[in-house]
Design a protein around this ligand. Structure first.
Ligand SMILES: *Cc1c(COP(=O)(O)O)cnc(C)c1O
Length: 381
């Protein structure tokens, strides 16, 4: 049994690992005297766009704003319906409402826990006939945990029904489907750099990507008070600027991102072999390169597993303990798609996130595996 507590994530190790590079980058910004939307932001936008295979990237204040700005840029708002999932970080849904649009929740696929394309299309067709809450405008596909959604199916459905496709990539930096990076399949892509995400700042930050210069220009205007020219608002906008400090840190960390994702993949492979038959390990569909933001296993005996691991000084998490449609702010207020959310609700009762981050040491990984085996064999209840 390990004596040090092994947390689910450990963002502070991301500083220790690159301390020298980060200290230099931070000092440069402090000395340069330009602290918001300066040269570090511009260079990060360019580098991250290239890394993602997306034409244009706009640095913003956080991932929630990135989704809201994607919607506003695409002129989705009041009177518009946006289909998304209830099995997500609440930020996805909050952003839809902040943009003035109306969310409708679609159930997820039982294997990947990403939006179920068949249920999406059934719901779109039903919505068109019922005309309940507004006109169907967009789908927000969430690449939950880092597993890519079925983008090909979603692109076809969105084309057939003339809907915009927005990708919530907050958990999926580096994920690909059949070689195509997430974020490059739709009309906009939103990223978060919250300190625990695959690419993370030491504070809040986010980015929104677009396939065209025209959309990017519109988003840049909205990002800062609707200014095209300083102090003259051409349209009503918001303040969602990225800090130079965060951008400089992100520039350093972007260089290490691919290695970190490779490490995440090695950890996931180890869990996959060691824990098969003990818990339900997450499946990766053929053609999918999972980015492993989270390693989410399933078991009907979740509470017992979590209690046992806690005793063994191993942290676990729930992503998420309550689907959005059951949370007090949203319950009985948001329409559910055709067929309801049975898969979402069952998943919420069984999922458990295991320690997963690129600085997890070999002996810590071994200790987590040993701890789960000890629970399974009834040695630590
Ligand atoms: C983290 C996250 C967000 C929001 O990002 P913030 O930077 O925290 O605002 C949105 N969607 C998903 C799926 C996330 O995991």
């Amino acid at each position: 049994m390990s004596s040090q507590f092994i947390p689910l994530m450990d963002p502070g190790r991301g500083y220790v690992a690159y301390r020298d590079e980060i200290d230099v980058a931070v000092r440069k910004v402090l000395e340069a005297g330009s602290y918001i939307l300066g040269p570090s932001v511009t260079s990060f936008e360019r580098s991250f766009a290239q890394w993602c295979g997306i034409a244009e990237m706009i640095g913003v204040a956080n991932g929630t704003d990135a989704i809201e700005l994607a919607l506003r840029t695409l002129e989705v708002g009041s009177g518009d319906v946006v289909f998304t999932v209830s099995h997500t970080a609440v930020a996805t849904v909050a952003a839809i409402e902040l943009a003035g649009a109306t969310p409708v929740f679609i159930d997820v696929d039982p294997v990947t826990l990403t939006i179920d394309p068949q249920k999406l299309e059934d719901s779109i067709i039903r919505h068109a006939r019922s005309a309940v809450t507004g006109s169907a405008r967009a789908v927000i596909a969430v690449h939950i945990y880092g597993h890519p959604c079925d983008l090909q199916a979603l692109q076809q459905i969105c084309r057939r029904h003339e809907l915009l496709l927005i990708e919530d990539c907050a958990q999926a930096h580096g994920a690909r489907l059949n070689g195509q990076p997430v974020g490059s399949a739709g009309d906009a892509a939103a990223f978060s750099f919250y300190p625990t995400k695959n690419l993370s700042a030491f504070g809040d930050a986010g980015a929104v990507g677009f396939p065209s210069r025209e959309l990017a220009d519109r988003c840049r205007t909205l990002r800062e008070y609707g200014w095209r020219e300083r102090y003259i608002s051409a349209v009503g906008g918001m303040n969602s600027r990225m800090d130079e400090l965060q951008a400089a840190i992100l520039n350093v960390r972007l260089h290490h991102l691919q290695d970190e994702i490779d490490t995440r993949r090695r950890i996931a492979a180890c869990y996959g072999t060691q824990l098969a038959g003990i818990v339900e390990t997450p499946a990766t569909l053929p053609g999918a390169d999972h980015a492993w933001h989270l390693y989410v296993a399933r078991t009907a005996r979740r509470q017992s597993l979590r209690d046992s691991l806690q005793k063994q000084r191993i942290g676990t998490g729930l992503h998420y303990p309550m689907p959005v449609h059951q949370q007090p702010a949203y319950a009985n207020r948001i329409a559910l798609g055709h067929g309801g959310l049975a898969v979402t609700e069952l998943a919420a009762a069984e999922i458990v996130s295991l320690p997963m981050h690129p600085f997890l040491k070999e002996d810590e990984l071994d200790a987590v595996v040993a701890g789960i085996k000890a629970w399974h064999e009834g040695r630590v209840a």
